[in-house]
Unconditional design. Structure first.
Length: 193
């Protein structure tokens, strides 16, 4: 929701960062990989109770994830870039979940359900993209929903900062993620009929 609605107001910042990286000779795919390396390290910092570093790295990774897409659309998106972006985004998300699950074993079941909902959500997202005509500016049909990347990062941030509420935050995130799956299916079923 935030990615879809608030993007216009923050896009100029992503444009400037993208131009800087381009001037430094970096490609969109290199920024995707850099974003993933930074984001994947957050699990280590969560596990070691280094909350501030984990949060900073998570949001740097999220910013770079938006910048790589901006760069790709300017340079012409590639199939390999799309694959890298989709797969490495999941690596970052799983790193956070694994870090939390190892640090807080009492929340492992709820976190396992959340990870499962990501698999279901991504399967729905990719299935809809595979059978839909692409009308957007991305290299695949992007269907907005209640929980997008920014909302996920907000939930992850809350889960990292408030571990005493981790199970409840995880359950709320899970329910909203599953609602988004249903929302995307409902939208797709109307369009694809």
């Amino acid at each position: 929701m935030l990615d879809t609605r608030a993007r216009k107001s923050i896009q100029p910042l992503f444009d400037q960062i993208g131009l800087l990286f381009s001037r430094l000779g970096l490609s969109a795919n290199q920024v995707t990989i850099l974003s993933a390396i930074i984001g994947a390290s957050t699990g280590f910092f969560i596990y070691n109770d280094m909350v501030i570093i984990a949060l900073i790295l998570l949001w740097i990774s999220g910013t770079l994830d938006a910048v790589d897409g901006t760069m790709a659309r300017r340079q012409r998106p590639t199939a390999i870039g799309t694959i890298l972006d989709l797969v490495l985004d999941r690596v970052v998300e799983l790193s956070v979940i694994i870090g939390l699950a190892l640090r807080f074993p009492e929340a492992q079941f709820a976190l396992l359900l959340l990870a499962s909902s990501f698999v279901i959500g991504m399967t729905m997202f990719l299935a809809i993209g595979a059978v839909s005509e692409n009308f957007g500016g991305k290299s695949f049909q992007y269907q907005p929903g209640l929980i997008e990347r920014s909302e996920g990062f907000l939930f992850f941030s809350l889960m990292i900062v408030f571990p005493n509420q981790l199970i409840w935050l995880t359950i709320v995130f899970l329910v909203l993620e599953l609602f988004t799956v249903g929302q995307r299916f409902h939208q797709a079923s109307k369009v694809l009929r």
